[in-house]
Design a protein. Structure first.
Length: 311
């Protein structure tokens, strides 16, 4: 464990199959481990969650947060708490809401961490003067973090979702299992079709048996590899820009997780301010196109891609 760095607030855990570098990012004073478990956007790289968690257990004292953006999978596919996460942060904006009509997020406290340990979290373990001296952890036990988010964070910062957006999101959640089955079925069909297309250099979709992340997808998301993936075009930057401009059924949007299929060429849009080397490092190489596959008829999606690639 490295000790020659100032005490951090958070140890940021990188997303790689090789987790040995994580040890260098953890040092004395770290009091929270934060892992963006699902995928790296837009590279769609996954991490070896269990190996990272096992390493954290060897350090022994920090809560483990899994930040679960839904770029590839959602709770329908697997529960991160089952793999050791103490706190899970979900985006409600994407697959959970599912219709691209509301912004929101949710924090899930697993109730598995002792927030009074070593008095390392005084906001939770020490008396709160604004609440007549109660100790949040002592009063609410291992769900102290969730309570603190409400009685401290929500009160002071005011990030309360509107009733109408809550209604839209809850309505979307009702169809989550049905939608995700269709999302995944369509995504796999489109990915397989693209893999065989002569204009495509590579497809990065963990649902493909030959993908380097396929084993991780089957372990952590046994019900499906999700609906967002990237592919590379042999024609490079111009081919990516041209493809997006020619598509008709796909909507050109930076969002993901919509019932409608979405497309974006990151190098010319979301990552356009980076130089080519930085784009490549972030998974947004000039030849990369990202798709978020919706629940339309898969044959219509394939036909749209075929006409755009042929144009």
């Amino acid at each position: 464990m490295a000790t020659n760095k100032p005490n951090p607030l958070i140890a940021i855990v990188d997303r790689k199959l090789d987790v040995s570098h994580f040890r260098e990012q953890h040092w004395e004073g770290t009091f929270w481990e934060y892992l963006d478990i699902v995928v790296e956007n837009p590279s769609i790289a996954r991490n070896a969650f269990q190996r990272v968690y096992d390493m954290i257990l060897s350090y022994g004292s920090e809560p483990f947060t899994q930040f679960k953006q839904e770029y590839i999978r959602y709770s329908f596919f697997g529960d991160p708490i089952d793999h050791g996460a103490d706190v899970v942060v979900h985006s409600l904006t994407k697959f959970l809401g599912g219709h691209g009509n509301s912004l929101g997020g949710i924090i899930v406290d697993a109730g598995t961490f002792d927030w009074s340990k070593d008095n390392k979290y005084p906001m939770l373990s020490e008396p709160r003067p604004e609440y007549h001296g109660i100790k949040i952890q002592e009063t609410f036990g291992n769900f102290a973090f969730a309570i603190a988010c409400r009685v401290l964070g929500l009160r002071d910062l005011g990030p309360a979702i509107s009733p109408f957006n809550a209604f839209l999101i809850l309505t979307g959640i009702e169809t989550l299992p049905l939608r995700m089955q269709k999302h995944c079925e369509n995504a796999k069909a489109v990915a397989e079709w693209l893999l065989a297309h002569p204009a495509v250099a590579a497809v990065n979709y963990a649902g493909l048996s030959g993908d380097k992340y396929n084993n991780l997808a089957r372990k952590y998301a046994p019900k499906g590899a999700g609906a967002v993936f990237t592919f590379s075009l042999k024609g490079g930057y111009e081919a990516g820009v041209n493809l997006v401009s020619k598509l008709k059924l796909f909507s050109h949007l930076a969002n993901v997780g919509d019932t409608r299929s979405l497309v974006i060429h990151p190098a010319s849009t979301t990552h356009s301010q980076l130089d080519d080397a930085a784009k490549i490092r972030s998974g947004a190489a000039p030849d990369v196109v990202r798709l978020s596959i919706g629940i339309e008829d898969k044959e219509d999606l394939i036909a749209d891609l075929e006409q755009a690639l042929s144009a």
